[in-house]
Design a protein around this ligand. Sequence first.
Ligand code: SAH
Ligand code: SF4
Ligand code: F3S
Length: 460
Amino acid sequence: MTTDSPAKKRLFLRSWGCQMNVYDSARMADVLAPLGYAPVDAPEGADMIILNTCHIREKATEKLFSELGRLRQLKQAKEAEGGEMVLAVAGCVAQAEGAEITARAPYVDIVLGPQSYHKLPEMVARAGRTGRAVVETDFPVEEKFDFLPENSAPQGVTAFLTIQEGCDKFCSFCVVPYTRGAEYSRSAEAVLAEARKLVGQGAREITLLGQNVNAWHGAPPEGGQGWHAEGLAGLLRALAEIPGLARLRYTTSHPRDMDAALIAAHRDIPAVMPFLHLPVQSGSDRVLEAMNRGHTAAEYLELVDRLRAARPDLALSTDIIVGHPGETEADHEATMALIRRVKFAQAFSFKYSPRPGTPAAGAPHRVDEATKDRRLQEVQALLRDQQAEFNASLTGQTVPVLFTGPGRQPGQLSGRTPWLQPVHVPGPLSLTGQIAPVFIRAGNPNSLAGELAQQEKTAA
Ligand code: SAH
Ligand code: SF4
Ligand code: F3S
């Protein structure tokens, strides 16, 4: 590797957790670019390493400390050669465990919570000057978006855009309200401006992000034409008018904030894709209540019916937790019954993991590990079957696919369906960024295989 230009510094970023961390990592790279940092894809020899962490489950935290142990050796090796490496821990573990990180890993130079990324350049300078760990874990949430740079590296055909952060819902099991702070929505102006920029850089599909994305309540644009003051539904309508933006998605939604306007948006706005991630967590009313989710199983099912009435081809995905304190066999059966009833196209399921400081962590009637394991296996087997069944149901159909880039094999393209399934299709790379009809030959459990439908083949 050549390092002729002294101005070029190598930045290695690693992200765990949700898409919001992926988005934040990209913004950290943007903020450091004017200082001469350019992203590299391996930690060896890097001048700066940022670990963007997740605190959602226990394993995530332990992964951070084992990774830090490995990176310490790289840092020491670099210093032994007279070089320097700035080691930073960002994200939700940084927010929640700032003091523990500096105590357990004193060689870490910077600890910064999710609301402090705009302060990175200043923190890098301070760390260099003082030689001591610099810690920033305040919640000046408005600042972050106001101070992040206008210029950003293009994300590609499919892009993420954070429109909302934080959470006021305080589910019994969850650390997010503590690590990301109170709910905050960016203004419609800011979101629309960023979306236009992403489209200008080649994005055809944008996924709006937020821990509670459908609670978005940002300021509407001044005198904006075609604007309907109806929360996320209004924002989607305004975004759908951006020329060149073909597809819109949003994640993660809470069932409680799924209002009539948003349901109607799935019916009325063609750019809004027929796929919705709507975490339910449990199918038992007792457990839902203990979780402080604010709805019953019947209310969730009714919501699903209304969504499917509005958009009959809507596919649903969800999150399930097994083994929340107090969960009985009957509760578990209720969860299995709800899954059978909804038929999810995709899902994530987890064993309950106690998080320090959350109400459930101190709750009685813990479920033992073996029971949690068994319940998780049952839930996952059912969800796997449902996903396989959904994918298989597309075999023989022709569906619009947005091509995102080269596939794994030469001559192959990768793309995604409206229902977020990955598709592999033989075809020219020139189709990247375009939407074309694809005949699905095989609906496999995790992806689809197809070929360009006849009309496109002759056109291409
Ligand atoms: N805001 C989203 C969830 C964000 S966290 C919502 O309200 O649904 C992503 C998922 O992680 C959650 O949906 C939940 O299923 C899981 N999760 C959160 N805390 C957890 C814990 N303590 N143990 C196990 N899974 C957890
Ligand atoms: Fe966590 Fe509940 Fe907020 Fe989702 S709604 S981020 S699960 S507290
Ligand atoms: Fe993890 Fe924080 Fe996202 S805890 S899931 S990185 S909001």
